[in-house]
Write a protein that binds this ligand. Sequence first.
Ligand code: NAI
Length: 409
Amino acid sequence: MRETSFDRSKLQVTLLEGIHGDAELRFQEHGYSNLTTYSKGLSAAELLELAPNIHFLGIRSRTQLTSEFFQRAQKLVAVGCFCIGTNQVDLDAATAQGVAVFNAPFSNTRSVAELVLGELILLLRGIPEKNALAHRGVWQKSAKDSYEVRNKRLGIIGYGNIGAQLGVLAEAVGMDVAFYDVVPKLPLGNASMVHQMETLLETSDVVSLHVPANDATNNLIDAAKLKIMKPGTILINASRGTVVDIDALTAALKAGRIGGAALDVFPVEPKSNQEAFESPLQEFDNVILTPHVGGSTQEAQVNIASEVAGKLIRYSDNGSTLTSVNFPEVNLPEHPGQHRILHVHRNEPGILTQINKIFSNEKVNITGQYLQTNPILGYVVTDVAQAQGVSALEQLKSIPGTLKARILF
Ligand code: NAI
């Protein structure tokens, strides 16, 4: 059943950069018929021109949303980043305008895990090297240094979404899965948690990195760590390019200490497909180099479209902000037969009191109220008996510090 009955066709939804068609379908299914899609990004000037009329905006990684854009986009309710990262959005500016920003942190988890599994199988068999030789006319039919994955130990560093998913897949092909994480994690299946990263490095046949890029993970795998790995260990990095010291890895490969490697991410990556890619690792046949495509599959695109459109629709229809990257998170029940009033404000003392004073003066019967704050924003959601909230809405908008106020019914 539809949760609200406000006129969604009045809300302008703009989707840029060729976002997968499933996003459009999701909006249409939920009554958002005022929808414009663009197969490419827009220039900064075009975007600024459209800004004042957009209620919901979908972008991918190329569209830069600046502070100037947010200042002009006074009707904007939320932005959906149909990708993982949100660096392209001035989040401070979005927050200052009370615009919620969503992304798709899990949609390509499976794609990355599958790629890593495929790579480790190939590397343990020495296939990248044999493939390269065969391309050059060399027939190297030999079982030397060629291993099954069954009963080999996979050491996962960073047991988050991708690391844990990889562990499950690797167990299915008979690997012994162990992981190290800075946060205690529930081991899935038969995986075991290792408390020291060094222990994991010393005992694993394959080491796969799935940590975020931050100060603590910068050159996490350096010369010292490579040295303690078992001779012949396979190293895989599909996380972020800064996590591996490339010079140290080059030296370890030259010395034959590392059995092979697969890298999908690099400290410096070309900004477009037109730019050349250079790496000292290009000289090694036993290294798989891929252009940051770990998460790039058709399935991931579909998942991203559905996940992010779903989050925007849920925020619009129901007020829930679960997994927003800049908003206080509120996971709200449905509100059949009620009006729901959403009030987004700067996190300043006394606003909740002022909100409730208005409800009290208007003799509004509150049936449920939810408040969440982060250091910058306060978000108050109030369910009221049907048809009672409309009169209060304009007054709520005039409370100093208010950024947005909406009513769902
Ligand atoms: P996540 O946030 O779910 O998991 C990261 C895990 O690393 C967490 O469990 C965290 O506690 C742990 N961690 C943080 N610092 C650590 C440290 N110093 N040592 C050990 N563990 C540490 O992230 P998710 O989604 O699994 O992504 C993992 C990485 O993969 C990220 O860097 C992400 O940017 C990257 N990624 C790469 C893609 C590609 O195309 N190659 C696509 C998607 C994600």
